[in-house]
Design a protein around this ligand. Structure first.
Ligand code: ADP
Ligand code: MG
Length: 225
């Protein structure tokens, strides 16, 4: 489903990747680990083609960084759901409208919008918060809304960039479990984190970025897993 082939990437003043080479299969749950500054967020941006490799290519489904056109980008992005550390909810509208907004933008018929939003909210256990504003929710609830939003167009892949970075350990585990549930239904998940406790508790593939490369690693499972 996703292939990085000999990918190099540099920002104007700095090389971040010199040889990224790995694949992710449909249905995989993969952690992306590595020190702060190693390039985790940059790697995720290469997947949704916010940035393009300076050499090599990224292939996602039918889309390749070599040949993608600006017109195709929205179609690529519809197959990818993204979850950020800071949630990125729209503060001027309630939870229902935060989710409905995405469907409006992608041209969903209005008859379908209500059904899809209510399904997504019930999936993360937040039907009762649909008329609340984002600032009336806890961090964990905001992140559940962000996950519901990421899922609303039935993506093939969820990219989560430090989704538990602002959350306490118990809430972090909740978020991990929601992403695991989504993965069990067939959506691939790529979860960038430097929370090794979380990684050690979970049966998942692990890719580590360091020194401009990505390698598959295994961690010793913790006794609490
Ligand atoms: N927009 C940018 N312009 C220039 N350099 C950047 C930019 N974004 C990130 N970097 C640099 O690229 C490296 C990788 O950053 P990043 O992908 O954010 O790492 P991580 O997510 O693993 O913390 C860092 O050295 C960072 O300073
Ligand atoms: Mg980052």
């Amino acid at each position: 489903m996703l292939t990085f082939n000999r990918v190099e990437f540099s920002y104007t003043n700095q090389q971040v990747f010199k040889d990224l080479h790995f694949t992710i299969d449909q249905g995989d749950f993969t952690f992306l680990i590595g020190k702060s500054g190693a390039g985790k967020s940059t790697l995720l941006q290469l997947i949704y083609m916010n940035i393009l490799p300076t050499a090599g290519y990224v292939q996602f489904g039918e889309f390749s960084s070599d040949s993608i056109t600006p017109k195709q980008l929205p179609f690529l992005r519809r197959k990818i759901g993204i979850v950020f550390q800071d949630f990125k909810l729209l503060s001027d509208r309630n939870i229902f409208d935060n989710l409905a907004f995405v469907l409006h933008v992608t041209g969903t018929p209005s008859k379908l919008i209500k059904r899809k939003v209510l399904f997504a909210l019930s999936d993360v256990g937040l039907t009762h918060k649909q008329t609340n504003m984002p600032n009336q929710l806890s961090g964990g609830e905001k992140q559940r809304v962000a996950i519901a939003r990421a899922m609303i167009n039935d993506p093939m892949l969820i990219l989560a960039d430090e989704p538990t970075g602002n959350l306490d350990p118990e809430t972090s585990l909740e978020i991990l479990n929601i992403l695991k549930k989504i993965n069990n239904r067939g959506t691939s998940v790529l979860f960038a984190t430097h929370n090794y406790d979380l990684v050690k508790r979970t049966e998942a593939k692990i890719i580590k970025v360091s020194d401009g490369k990505a390698v598959r690693v295994t961690l010793k499972k913790s006794a609490t897993s």
